[in-house]
Design a protein around this ligand. Structure first.
Ligand code: HPA
Ligand code: ZN
Length: 335
């Protein structure tokens, strides 16, 4: 089963580039950019990764970003993730980035997006892995700040496929950003928002995503199972749910394998993703492998989860068919 998962052609749709910052790269960049970090070794840094909910994770996540300053830093971050992804037989990825976490430290928007984009181009050419970019807004910041960043992105519209909403969900509901997301849609961008597991008012947030914002996907969205109407809407509209099993485990002490199986049974397009793999110490294959073990998933279920990601990816029909055929070819020949 390990080998079956490892070699399977996969897509990843929920991975934060800043969440792929490995301790080793942090140290390298800290030295290059003359930034002090409060750890002596990568191992010491890992022992400080003590999170148990969303806010405790976000504190560590933002503190670590101070080493990301130059275009080449963002290039290296992106290149490293895409190299790792290609080695895990990920053939297509949609990448989140958090520009406000960088502009707020005095790093230019153009520096961030140019470094990322150049690495995406290089990885496509040299590693054969295709990827697209999703700009996330930090939901604890104002709607005005989000709108300003949408404007900053206008010259780079061709480099973006969609917008997302992440960071601290408490008291920051989807409808805070109705206008920004409407403007993004008018610019031709796809829409997704985080509805993290077990947040306050989570069912209201999921409802707002579906009926007020009219998102194309929901990130996480596991709690939708508590409401039959939400489940039905998600299934009927074919809304993708980007579930992150190892990330969930930090909050709910389970890989949510029962919930994921229920989603499949209800015809909801669940997908498996890594979220912040450098922090949660699990890239996509490890997420699939651990999930399979916890839930004793069959090959057919694993293959359905992998196929779902191509179905709900923000790519054209021809590309989708191409990837799905590649997956089918693999399933037909896998021993
Ligand atoms: N949830 C919210 N914000 C985030 C996450 C997440 O999973 N990862 C990085 N920022
Ligand atoms: Zn996330």
């Amino acid at each position: 089963m390990h080998t079956f998962i490892e070699n399977m052609p996969k897509a990843e749709l929920h991975v934060h580039l800043e969440g792929t910052l490995e301790p080793e790269l942090s140290f390298e960049l800290a030295q290059r950019n003359h930034v002090d970090i409060p750890y002596k070794t990568a191992e010491e840094m890992l022992t400080a990764y003590d999170f148990y909910d969303l806010p405790s994770f976000l504190t560590i996540y933002y503190a670590a970003m101070s080493v990301l300053q130059q275009e080449e830093d963002f290039y290296q971050l992106t290149w490293n993730y895409l190299s790792k992804a290609a080695s895990q037989h990920i053939i297509y990825a949609e990448l989140f980035f958090d520009p406000q976490a960088h502009t707020s430290r005095g790093v230019d928007f153009s520096t961030v997006i140019t470094g990322i984009h150049k690495a995406q181009e290089a990885a496509k050419k040299e590693l054969g892995i295709d990827s697209k970019l999703i700009m996330c807004f930090l939901r604890e910041l104002s709607a005005e700040s989000a709108m300003e960043h949408l404007k900053l992105a206008k010259p780079y519209l061709d480099w973006l496929v969609g917008v997302g909403l992440d960071s601290n969900e408490k008291d920051n509901p989807p409808i805070k950003f109705t206008e920004v997301f409407q403007a993004a849609r008018a610019m031709g961008l796809k829409l997704t928002m985080h509805c993290d597991v077990n947040q306050d008012n989570t069912l209201t947030h999921i409802h707002q995503c579906l009926h007020d914002i009219e998102v194309d996907r929901i990130d996480h969205g596991v709690n939708s199972l508590e409401d039959d109407n939400l489940c039905q809407t998600i299934a009927e509209k074919g809304i993708g749910l980007t579930v992150c099993p190892v990330s969930n485990r930090f909050v709910v002490q389970s890989l949510t394998s029962d919930e994921i199986r229920t989603m499949l049974k209800r015809g909801m397009r669940a997908t498996i993703n890594s979220d912040d793999p450098a922090y949660f110490r699990a890239y996509l294959n490890e997420n699939f492998i651990e999930l399979q073990q916890e839930g004793n998933f069959t090959r057919t279920e694993i293959a359905t989860l992998a196929a779902n990601a191509f179905h709900v990816a923000w790519i054209g029909k021809a590309e989708k068919n191409h990837y799905l055929k590649e997956l089918q070819r693999y399933l037909d020949t896998a021993a």
